[in-house]
Design a protein around this ligand. Structure first.
Ligand SMILES: Cc1cc2nc3c(=O)[nH]c(=O)nc-3n(C[C@H](O)[C@H](O)[C@H](O)COP(=O)(O)O)c2cc1C
Length: 187
């Protein structure tokens, strides 16, 4: 099997849910945002936004929605949203209608854009020695998340991501063997 720094980071992945009190610094944030921005995007539509939630009251609310108290205690919290509104605004500014923006296809592309940007940012954070956890549990109460972040129509929460300096160390969790996951022959 081949290896390099990127693959080593990816193969060492493990979820971390407890972090030190040290927040991400500005340089790290800028780096991670740039990685998210560079993510491949279907039809060049870039249908995602990410929200850095720093307000403690809001983090407490997310802790309750996700049933994960640590969200309010440590780590930086990011919410990735499928954002079809930006392109809607651009289209309207240019005097055209919404086009395909209300189709399931573009909605799913927005979900993919947000998910891929999150994963790209997560891997970059891990490569910097940070740890993190994805939060699908923000969808325990989508209405509450939408109100909490004051999200407009055409903006749909997809996943949360907590990042920080790890304050816990886990064994790696197992995965299914390649032969169950990969259909096809090795060349
Ligand atoms: C889409 C997605 C949603 C997840 N949601 C949560 C979550 O809400 N809370 C949590 O503690 N972990 C969550 N996780 C992390 C998984 O629990 C974790 O990846 C899994 O247990 C495997 O552990 P590992 O990442 O350390 O290999 C999520 C992971 C993914 C990919």
């Amino acid at each position: 099997m081949q290896t390099n720094d990127t693959i080593t980071t990816q193969l060492n992945h493990r979820t971390v849910r407890q972090f030190t009190d040290q927040p991400l610094d500005k340089e790290t944030l800028t780096t991670l945002y740039e990685v998210a921005r560079r993510t491949a995007t279907s039809q060049y539509l870039q249908q995602f936004s990410l929200i850095h939630v720093t307000d403690l009251a809001k983090k407490r609310r997310f802790a309750s929605i996700c049933r994960q108290p640590a969200i309010a205690e440590n780590g930086d919290l990011f919410i990735f949203v499928a954002d079809l509104r930006r392109n809607q605004q651009i289209r309207r500014k240019n005097g055209v209608d919404d086009g395909r923006l209300h189709t399931m296809d573009l909605y799913l592309q927005g979900m993919a854009d947000a998910t891929l940007a999150l994963q790209n940012m997560y891997v970059a954070a891990e490569s910097l020695g940070l740890g993190g956890v994805i939060l699908g549990s923000i969808r325990n109460d989508l209405k509450a998340v939408t109100e909490l972040l004051d999200l407009p129509a055409m903006v749909i929460p997809v996943l949360g991501l907590r990042l920080g300096v790890p304050a816990e160390d886990h064994e790696q969790k197992p995965r299914l063997p390649q032969k169950l996951l990969v259909m096809g022959r090795l060349q």
